[in-house]
Design a protein around this ligand. Sequence first.
Ligand SMILES: [Mg+2]
Length: 192
Amino acid sequence: MHLGIDLDNTILDATTAHLHYYNMESAQKFLPEDVTDFYIYRIYGWDNLERDRVYHLYGHDIHWNSSPLPRAIEELHLLYNEHTISFVTARPHIFRNVTLDWLKHHNIKYHNIIFTEDKLRECNKLDVDLLIDDAPHYAEEFSRSNKPVILYDQPYNRNVNNEFVFRANNWSEVVKHINDIERFAKKSGCVI
Ligand SMILES: [Mg+2]
């Protein structure tokens, strides 16, 4: 299958890294459990302009210092041998280099990487079979197009509930869903 895979809060812990730098900048003390909004800057009360200023100031360090989620790297290694892996991230192009360096540093193999906010269009263009992501809006958008989404569980996506959305609490569950979706597709005659 062709897997579209998000980076932030899907294969790596972006929340902790963002909180470290955003707390430093704001002198506030938010913890991971306080992040109940996908758009983390909103809990700081920042508008888009302020968010852009802080993100551009610390974005390189935030992305470089994010830790992989448990078993993500091991499972990605195994998936790489069986599937086509396209990372699909909404990070802006200015953080392309640090993103590629981080993937290399962690020895993560992949076939493509796309930087886009329009994930559905790019995934359709590339014939991606399913998306693995944490963002509520992408999960809703893909499932409205009858495209399966494996939703990596995060506090801010718990109200997403749809027949094309498969919730995973960890990377073992992600792999289980991939196998189930592949089995179902083969059984129902879809060529995947
Ligand atoms: Mg994400």
